[in-house]
Each structure stands twice: as C-alpha cells, then as structure tokens.
Design a protein around this ligand. Structure first.
Ligand SMILES: Nc1ncnc2c1ncn2[C@@H]1O[C@H](COP(=O)(O)OP(=O)(O)OP(=O)(O)O)[C@@H](O)[C@H]1O
Length: 475
C-alpha cells in the first residue's frame, strides 16, 4: 500500500499492544470480574463490549473518504462524467443570475441517478461562489418533494430552506395557518435576503397533494412560484428548476401553470456501463490505494447498467461492497462483495418502495413480477398479470379489482422507477395490452413481497404453476 500504510500499521501495533494489559484495560476488567468469589466463571473466549468496541475502533478500514460515496455530496467538476451537454445548457441558462436579469425556468427530466440533481447543484454552487465576489446575494433554495404531501407543507418547506440558506428564522408556524401566510413568509424571506434565487424542486411529480383537488399540487406550486415573479410578490430575480423522473410530468401541469412557467427542457439519458465505470474510477480514491480488486468497478458498473444506467446505484454498490468487506475484516474489496452488495442494494430499494404501498398494490405487483420471473425477457403482459392477480386474490380471499383498476395500480407504480410499461397489441384485429418491464430483478421483488404475511400464505410453487399455464396460453 502507498503512503497510507504508516498510520494503518500504527493502529495495528497499538491493537496488538493492548493485550499487554495495563491495569485499566478491558481484559483486566474482565479478569477482575472473573476472580470475584460470587461471580459465575466467565467464558475465557468471550469479549467484553468495550473490547469489541475498541477492536472495531482499531480495525483497518478500506474506505478513506466516505463523502465521495454519499449521493448528496456535490463532487468537483473533474469527477463528473458524460454530462457535458447538460452542464453547458444549465450553466448557460442559469448564468443570467450573475447579471441583473431573471434566469429562465428549467425542466430537467430523465431516469433516476442520471445526474439531474448533481448538475443543478454543481452549477448553483459555482454561481454562488462568483456572486459572492460580485456582492450579489444569491441563494439556492432546494427541496425534495418526495415526502411532502400537500401544497401547504411544500410552501413551508421552501420557506424554511430559504431561511436556512439566508441564516434567518422562519416566522410562521408549520401547522394551523393558511397556506397564503406561508407564501407571504416565503416571499418576505427571499425578498429581504436575496437579489437572485434559484428554487430547485427535486422529484416534483411526487407532490400530488390532496386527491379532492382537480389540479395536482405540483402544478399549483409551479403556477404560484412563476406568477410571484411576474406580479412582483417576489422582487428578487427568481428561477424555478423542476426536476422529475417522469418524462410525462409536464402533461399533467395545468394550462395556466404552463403558460407562466414555460421552462427550457433539459433531458438526461441513461448511462451505459462504460460511463458508469468512468464515474466509479474517478471516485476510486474514496478507497485506500490498492484495496479494490480489479473486477470490482467493472462488475458494479455492469450491475447498475443492467437496471437503467443509474449512477446512484453504481456508487451505492461499491460503497456497500466496501462496507461488507470492512465488516468481514477483509483486506480487500472483492467481486463476491459486489455480488452480495447487489443483492442487498436491490432488496433495500424494493423494500423502500413496497413498505409504503397498500396490500392491493402489493398483490398487483406480486402477480406481475411472478409473470415476469417466468418469461425469457423478464416482461409481463397486463392480461396475463391480471389472471394471476385474480388467482392471488381468490387464494387469500381479498377484494378483487377489475382489470382496468389493476392496470391503473400498476401504472401508478412507475413513479417509483420499479416498473415501466409500453402499450402493445396482439395484432391488428385484437385488443391492446400493456407490457411491464421491471427495473429490478422480479425474483427480488417477489422475495421482498413475501415478507408480507398475507402474501406468504400462498405457496410460491402454486403461483409459479399458475403463471406457467397462463404464459403458455398467451403464446
Ligand atoms: N455524470 C456523473 N458523474 C459523476 N457522478 C454522477 C454523475 N451523475 C450522477 N452521479 C452521482 O450519482 C448519484 C445520483 O445522482 P443525482 O442525484 O444527480 O441523480 P438524479 O438524476 O437527480 O436522480 P433522482 O432523479 O433519483 O433524484 C450522485 O451521487 C451523483 O454524484
């Protein structure tokens, strides 16, 4: 190993020396207890908690800089790969903030983990640095809309992010006041503290809001924010960057919002395995030198490319592989750790999604994944999936939806990037169906869903034979 050898060897020595037992060492504590007349004999091999903690403390690590493996960390420009066009476009549009003009609004769209947030944050960070030298008060007000359920909550979140960026307090309560008051507070904070500000609304399509409203909450938010600039509620120069995985999000934006928001579109496409390898290679210094086996990066990149070229997944894979190797006390990160990590990362992602969905949605997903698991190209037709869904609901005596509702439930699942669909037809004279493609291995989805005790009562073999019969019928 390189120049990092020294400190790591030093730690090793100090661990070894600890067995020389200074009076207060954990071992002496243990022997003192063991020699106590009334105490039961202590297992000679057992370690005290303190010993185990100290051992962990001194254990050689493999990861040198965890921040490079943190998805929220804004990496420096030299580490950004394959996004020259998007960097140029976003920079060109937002640099207007450096002068005395309002930058245009932007809509950044593409699959998850393709660099939308990274590019936005990197450009805003650079603008902010230049603005400091020019005495322009520039702010980046960023919210992730994933967990915001109503417009009121979203506006409060924007106000508190603006306050945080400006280093001031929010002067309105989170609950129990009208949304109008939260808007006014947001305007006050922005107007008093910034000359120019960019609102970054990440995963905006997730801000659906109350179902009783005709227009989704994200559409109302875009309308109000872009109107506020035009009618002087916001005196600072404000631009809105809307980010979404859903390429069709703008179709659900109402016409009045669309006419005031009018964004410039920037598309982000999937990475291929080579780009993912490059992204990982430019972060290999996250690990100590020479601790990554040669095939670790290509394998992690290949796994991530298999789903949809998601850089977050590629980075997660090498981080989890490194952590597994560290936990096992291995001196290197090996191919086997990446395979183990792949299993873990996939399960976590699926778990995250399925944890929050209703039993009915789980049944729809289970039926469809069971079909995909039996087909060569891991796809499932909605017609076949529905028949398996009917079998499942009968088997556990659950309410049974019509096929149209089953299809709608599955379509809703596309927002989590777990599944995608295409409209297909059996032929010119027969009906249409949807073909579902999974973003993760269908087997992982099935395994995770079986953790639900109701679903687990149905035998997987039985489901598999029903699916086989249905797939045979469809051909
Ligand atoms: N071109 C790239 N070069 C280097 N790292 C990248 C690149 N694209 C993405 N990453 C890294 O991948 C991770 C995910 O990226 P980012 O959050 O920008 O994706 P995203 O498209 O915004 O995803 P989501 O839609 O899920 O929010 C981050 O750690 C980011 O640093």
């Amino acid at each position: 190993m390189d120049d990092f050898d020294a400190p790591r060897d030093e730690t090793r020595t100090s661990t070894d020396e600890s067995t020389d037992e200074p009076p207060s060492s954990p071992s002496s504590t243990r022997s003192e207890i063991a020699s106590g007349a009334d105490e039961p004999p202590v297992n000679g091999d057992a370690q005290t908690i303190e010993e185990m903690l100290l051992e962990f403390d001194h254990q050689d690590g493999l990861i040198r800089d965890r921040s490079l493996l943190d998805p929220n960390h804004i990496v420096s420009e030299e580490r950004i790969v394959g996004r020259d066009r998007q960097l140029k476009e976003v920079t060109k549009m937002l640099r207007v903030a450096l002068g005395d003009n309002r930058p245009p609004n932007l809509f950044l769209y593409g699959p998850s983990g393709t660099g939308k947030s990274l590019i936005t944050k990197a450009v805003c960070k650079n603008i902010s640095t230049i603005c400091e030298t020019r005495d322009i008060r520039f702010g980046t007000i960023e919210v992730n809309c994933q967990d915001l359920d109503t417009l009121g909550v979203a506006v409060y979140e924007l106000a508190s992010r603006a306050a945080e960026e400006a280093g001031v307090e929010v002067d309105v309560p989170k609950h129990g006041v009208a949304t109008k008051e939260k808007w006014d507070e947001l305007y006050r904070i922005v107007n008093e503290n910034f000359d120019s500000a960019v609102f970054v609304l990440d995963e905006l399509d997730m801000l659906v809001g109350r179902r009783d409203k005709q227009e989704p909450a994200f559409s109302r938010l875009l309308y109000q924010l872009s109107r506020a600039g035009a009618n002087n509620d916001l005196t600072a120069h404000v631009s809105v960057v809307a980010i979404s995985n859903d390429t069709k999000m703008m179709e659900s934006v109402g016409s009045r919002a669309l006419s005031s928001f009018t964004p410039e579109d920037v598309h982000f496409d999937d990475y291929d395995a080579n780009q993912l390898q490059l992204i990982l290679r430019r972060r290999r210094d996250a690990f100590y030198d020479d601790v990554l086996d040669e095939d670790v990066i290509p394998l992690a990149a290949a796994f991530a490319a298999q789903t949809h070229g998601d850089a977050r997944k590629a980075i997660d894979l090498i981080r989890v592989a490194g952590e597994l190797a560290e936990r096992e006390g291995d001196e290197r990160v090996r191919e086997g750790h990446v395979r183990e990590a792949q299993d873990k990362v996939e399960k976590n992602r699926v778990l995250e999604v399925v944890r929050g969905i209703s039993t009915q949605k789980k049944l729809c997903l289970y039926a469809t994944a069971a079909v995909a698991a039996e087909t060569d190209d891991e796809s499932a037709r909605s017609t076949t999936g529905y028949r398996v869904y009917q079998f499942l609901t009968d088997a556990i005596d659950a309410e049974q939806y019509h096929q149209e509702t089953y299809v709608n439930k599955m379509k809703e699942m596309t927002t989590y990037s777990l599944v995608d669909f295409e409209r297909r037809s059996h032929g010119p004279s027969s009906g249409m169906f949807l073909e579902f493609q999974f973003g993760e291995r269908p087997e992982t989805i099935l395994e995770t869903l079986r953790e639900d005790s109701r679903i687990d009562t149905v035998s997987p073999d039985e489901v598999s034979s029903v699916v086989k019969a249905q797939v045979r019928n469809e051909n």
